[in-house]
Structure formats: C-alpha cells, structure tokens
Design a protein around this ligand. Structure first.
Ligand SMILES: Cc1cc2nc3c(=O)[nH]c(=O)nc-3n(C[C@H](O)[C@H](O)[C@H](O)COP(=O)(O)OP(=O)(O)OC[C@H]3O[C@@H](n4cnc5c(N)ncnc54)[C@H](O)[C@@H]3O)c2cc1C
Length: 402
C-alpha cells in the first residue's frame, strides 16, 4: 500500500516545463482550488501552480478556519453561501478528510445600534439564502451556557444573531485536498519556486520569471495573498489594496467543550474550539499596514481582554501558540477577482481576513473565467473595474468581527 507521505511527495516531484497554458502564482487555497477546478470542471490540465515556499505557508495555513455567509451585502452573501455549500460537499468530492464541522455562529450585540445591525443582517442574509435568526440573551445562555450575559459588567449582552450553517474545516487539509486533486489530473504543483518577475510581450503578460528559469504561459493568475501589491507592480498594475497583519492564538484544551463559534460586534473578537480541543481566538487586523508576521504582545493582551469579557472561563486556560498572517485588504473590504486591464494577467486578491471560506467558490469562479473568458455571475460584481466605475461593494461585515 502506498504511504500517505509518498503520495504527497509524488505530487510535488516535478521539474517545471518551459511552457503551460495557465501559470498560477501562489500555492495557497485560492491558487490550488483554481487549478483543481480548471482540471475537474474544464479539462484544462496543462497548468502549473508555483509556490514560493511550501503549500499553504501563507494565510491558508494560518487562519482561524471559520466558514460563514452572514455578510453585509447581497452580492457577498450569495457568493459566500455558495462557497459554504461547496465546503459541505468537499470531503465527498475530493475524498480528503478536511474535518468539516457545522457549528453555527453567534454574533453577540452589546448596544442598540448593534442590535439594529444584527437584525438587518439576519433579515438580509435569510433573504439571500444564508439562514440567520435573532436570539434573546436567555436563548443565547441556554445554547452557550459559558457566556457571561453581563459582559464582565461593561458589555451587557442585548441579543445575538445566529448564523445556523457557520462551520469550520481544517485549513491545511483543504489546501492539500485541492493540491492532490489537481495533481492527480496532471497539474504541476511546484513548491519553493518563487515568481520574481513577469515576462512581457508588448502590453501582454506572456509568462513568469523564476530562479528555475523563465516559464511561458497563456494566462498568468496572481493568487499570492498579502504579496499582491508587489506582484501586480510587475505588470504595471496599481491596486486599491493595503496589507495589514492579523494575529491569532490558541490555548490549551478546554475539556467541557464549546460547540458553537462565538463573536462579539463591539469587542471585535471571536472564538471557536479546534478539533483537538484547543480554543482558537482571533480579532481585527492591525490598523498599521505592515508585512510583519511577528506576533505581538499588544495584540495578545488586547484580544485576551476582549474575549474574556464574554467567555470568562478562558481566563483559566493558557496561551500555547500565537502567530500572524499578512492580509491584502481592499478599499471596500470586498475581494477583487478577474481581469486587471493587462492582457494575460488575472488576479484573485483582497481576501484579507476572510478568504478561507471563499476558497471553493473563488477557485470555481476563477477557473470558469479562465476557461471561458467570461466571469460567472457570482464573481462578476467583484471585478477590479468596480473602482473605476465608482461601484464599490463596501462591506465591513467581511472582517469577521463587525
Ligand atoms: C490569523 C488569520 C485568521 C484568519 N481567519 C480566517 C477565518 O476564520 N475565515 C476566513 O474565511 N478567512 C480567514 N483568514 C483569511 C484567509 O486565511 C485568507 O484570506 C486566505 O487564506 C487567502 O488565501 P490565498 O490563497 O489568497 O492566500 P495565501 O494562503 O496567503 O497564499 C498565497 C501564497 O502565495 C505565495 N506567494 C507569495 N508571493 C509569491 C511569489 N512571488 N511567487 C510564488 N508564490 C508566492 C505565498 O507563499 C503563499 O503560500 C484569516 C487570516 C489570518 C492571517
């Protein structure tokens, strides 16, 4: 019987060819899912995914794994609901155990203003297909007994929205599910192959430069996470994107168990329990733009203060690990998918602190765009040209804490 590790090594043992139909830069979830759907839905397999480091070494392997569709605008709710549903069938489709678990998310409100926001969110989500209902403080306490309804005496709980299909999945397994699925169909997934420049023929991008030599491509897709500003600059494209770090941490095991995901609007923080029993805590990205992945004590202290207001039991646990990722945040907090105005060069970016949940639908949409030349309806609103057309998709709800 072939050992699992041998299968993985087989996936990665390729020398790059001199030319591919499609070169995808970035072996995170979005690059790999696009490669997978190109192969499985469109039969396009002369594809390379070039990853500077190892698969999922970027934000895909660093995130807090929350999958939800309770966004703030209809275009986003429809897109993320489709992705959430694709996640529900991903184990069956790929045959990989991604540890998907539907848990539900409670979005706690502490002020009347937040209650209005949550009521509007619940109504709009439900109208667009993402089941979300309001619950009273008493109902919340019944469903999540650990919640302190006084919010530590400072942030009283007035109610919460409950997004019933909110879920989690193991992040690196998702990346590997797509990598192995694509690879088995002939896609080359090449680790430790950074793209250092783009090959141009006049105004058109016709390939990439790497330390392993130039590689020609019919289409180049940038899926480089927080590095998109530098990659787009190679093509002469300026993006409305800034790069900010986001921190997260886990504690030791919590034996009693917390089934649901809990988030707070005013406190801008959220928590879930990992499949190993640890408590996984995240909050808002750093206000200061930076490319630093250094964990910060200030972030740790601030997140700990906030989250223990609503879940005091966390005070008895210890922080085991903390880390950060660098997030590409667009000017309107929505993703940017599609054409760049430069022939042969496409982008999938602006995934910020919310793009893990979008990996299936983002990859599916980008694959269809590459295969047909037309963006499918679900991703069409998220084109870069929306900023030129003054048709932005402002959605602060994307950040996961508002
Ligand atoms: C702490 C944290 C918590 C988060 N929590 C959530 C969450 O709960 N739910 C959610 O939906 N989202 C969450 N996110 C966001 C989510 O992780 C990202 O939006 C998503 O992983 C982006 O995937 P990607 O494939 O676009 O980018 P990445 O996963 O970052 O992949 C990009 C890849 O490109 C590679 N690369 C960069 N430059 C080059 C180059 N020049 N050549 C070749 N390769 C290159 C990188 O090495 C990297 O592997 C979180 C992010 C962080 C940091």
């Amino acid at each position: 019987m072939t050992r699992y590790v041998d299968t993985l090594l087989q996936i990665l043992r390729h020398d790059p060819k001199s030319s591919y139909d499609v070169v995808i830069v970035g072996g995170g979830g979005h690059g790999l899912s696009t490669a997978y759907y190109l192969a499985t839905r469109h039969g396009i397999t002369n594809v390379a995914v070039l990853e500077a480091d190892y698969i999922a070494s970027g934000n895909t392997g660093r995130n807090t794994t929350i999958i939800r569709a309770n966004y703030g605008i209809p275009e986003a709710v429809r897109f993320y609901q489709h992705s959430l549903e694709m996640y529900q069938g991903l184990e069956e489709e790929t045959g990989a155990a991604i540890l998907h678990q539907t848990r539900g998310i409670f979005w706690i409100a502490h002020t009347e203003t937040s209650m209005r926001t949550e009521r509007a969110r619940a109504a709009m989500n439900t109208a667009c297909g993402a089941r979300t209902v309001m619950v009273s403080p008493a109902e919340l306490k019944e469903l999540v007994p650990q919640v302190d309804l006084t919010g530590g005496g400072r942030y009283p709980v007035l109610g919460a929205s409950h997004h019933l299909e909110g879920a989690t999945a193991r992040h690196d397994r998702v990346a590997w599910a797509y990598a192995s699925g694509a690879s088995q169909r002939g896609v080359h997934v090449l680790e430790h192959t950074p793209v250092t420049g783009l090959l141009r023929d006049g105004d058109r991008v016709v390939g990439v430069e790497t330390p392993r030599g130039p590689i020609a491509a019919g289409v180049v897709l940038s899926a480089v996470g927080g590095r998109v500003t530098a990659m787009a600059a190679h093509a002469g494209v300026r993006l409305p994107v800034r790069t900010h770090p986001l921190h997260a941490f886990v504690t030791n095991n919590y034996e009693q168990g917390l089934g649901a995901i809990v988030a707070s609007t005013e406190l801008s923080c959220y928590v879930s329990q990992t499949e190993r029993g640890q408590m996984l805590i995240g909050a808002e990205f750093d206000a200061q733009p930076s490319y630093s992945r250094q964990s910060s004590f200030a972030a740790l202290r601030s997140y700990s203060y906030k989250i223990t207001r609503i879940l005091p039991f966390l005070r008895d646990l210890r922080i085991l690990r903390t880390w950060a990722g660098i997030c590409d945040i667009s000017a309107d907090f929505s993703p940017i998918m599609g054409a760049t105005g430069v022939d042969g060069f496409l982008i999938t970016t602006g995934w910020g602190t919310w793009g893990f949940k979008a990996i299936p639908a983002g990859g599916e949409g980008m694959a269809e765009l590459i295969a047909t030349g037309r963006p499918p309806a679900l991703i069409a609103p998220f084109g870069l040209d929306r900023f030129r057309r003054d048709h932005v998709l402002a959605d602060q709800g994307s950040a996961g804490t508002r």
